[in-house]
Design a protein around this ligand. Structure first.
Ligand SMILES: Cc1cc2nc3c(=O)[nH]c(=O)nc-3n(C[C@H](O)[C@H](O)[C@H](O)COP(=O)(O)OP(=O)(O)OC[C@H]3O[C@@H](n4cnc5c(N)ncnc54)[C@H](O)[C@@H]3O)c2cc1C
Length: 277
């Protein structure tokens, strides 16, 4: 399905941002590959839009929505998932098949593809810890098998030497034995300390070495500080909430204000986790 001038606010959890010239939601990998063979426009991959902000002027290219690439299969001990599967679904599927370790993914409201791109993590675990291999597609629609060693993987970052490849699926090996962790309790605690249900992108900034971004922001007195419709959450200072029809510009100005304040007060540069297009 191809749409034109689609508002990206409909596809980003911040519920803000400009339009994409074209919005393509392939039914499967074959349709995506065929589309890319004749495409000449820049590509933006989007999963669940939970870490993404498209500037108000929009994106002059094709946004590819991976929503339908959501097949989930199990063979022997491995689980294969399409890039568009939600992490919550993958987590439930693993547990239903007596595979353990994926529970932390249920805390992250993203897709498998977005989580691979971000090296998403929670409660001390990260998605790449469980990846056996991935299938990538390049902008010409060709598929390759890649392995963790092909990527530079670090805190909330995954870099591949071929920047024109994106994820279409991944194979995971989760644990065969139940871990003695307390993810259930951690999830409960997290829901009480984070503004779940309000439009946000989760943590806006990466934690600087030896610091917590939320703590730095809170101790600068910025909780509740707003620019336009965008506000620093009262509940969790590393969250920006779209409180009142915030534009992408409001959000970016607030991000810049927080960065300036933290630099002045602590001489620390806060790096964004959110991807701004
Ligand atoms: C309430 C809330 C809580 C959150 N908590 C956490 C947390 O605990 N830990 C954490 O790590 N994150 C957290 N996040 C952030 C976010 O959920 C993760 O970064 C998630 O992995 C993003 O997945 P997505 O599908 O939404 O990606 P998107 O937002 O759609 O995209 C994010 C980036 O990935 C790229 N991308 C998307 N799909 C693909 C693909 N198939 N191939 C290549 N690149 C792709 C996009 O181009 C973009 O650069 C939270 C967000 C919210 C709103």
């Amino acid at each position: 399905m191809l749409k034109y001038n689609e508002p990206m606010s409909k596809h980003c959890s911040l519920r803000s941002g400009g339009e994409t010239s074209q919005f393509f939601q392939p039914v499967d990998i074959q349709e995506l590959s065929a589309f890319l063979k004749s495409n000449t426009k820049p590509i933006l991959m989007v999963g669940l839009g939970s870490n993404l902000l498209v500037r108000d002027k929009g994106f002059k290219g094709v946004t590819v929505h991976t929503k339908n690439l959501k097949e989930l299969t199990i063979s022997d001990n491995s689980i294969e998932s399409g890039a568009g599967t939600s992490l919550a679904k993958l987590s439930r599927f693993a547990l239903a098949n007596f595979k353990y370790g994926a529970e932390f993914l249920s805390a992250i409201p993203g897709s498998v593809g977005g989580a691979l791109a971000m090296n998403a993590g929670a409660f001390g675990s990260e998605i790449w810890k469980y990846v056996v291999s991935v299938k990538t597609m390049n902008f010409s629609g060709e598929i390759q098998d890649r392995f963790p060693g092909d990527f530079e993987i670090s805190y909330r970052s995954t870099v591949h030497k071929n920047s024109n490849e994106f994820f279409v699926s991944a194979v995971f090996n989760f644990n065969l034995e139940k871990q003695n962790d307390n993810v259930g309790e951690l999830l409960k605690k997290r829901n009480s300390t984070q503004p779940i249900g309000l439009p946000s992108c989760g943590s806006v900034f990466k934690n600087p070495k030896n610091h917590f971004a939320a703590q730095l922001i809170e101790s600068s007195g910025l909780k509740g500080y707003c620019i336009g419709g965008a506000c620093v959450s009262e509940k969790h200072a590393n969250y920006i909430i779209n409180q009142n029809n915030a534009t992408a510009m409001d959000i970016e100005k607030l991000i810049a204000h927080i960065q300036d304040t933290i630099k002045q007060k602590f001489n620390i540069e806060l790096e964004t986790e959110i991807i701004i297009i």
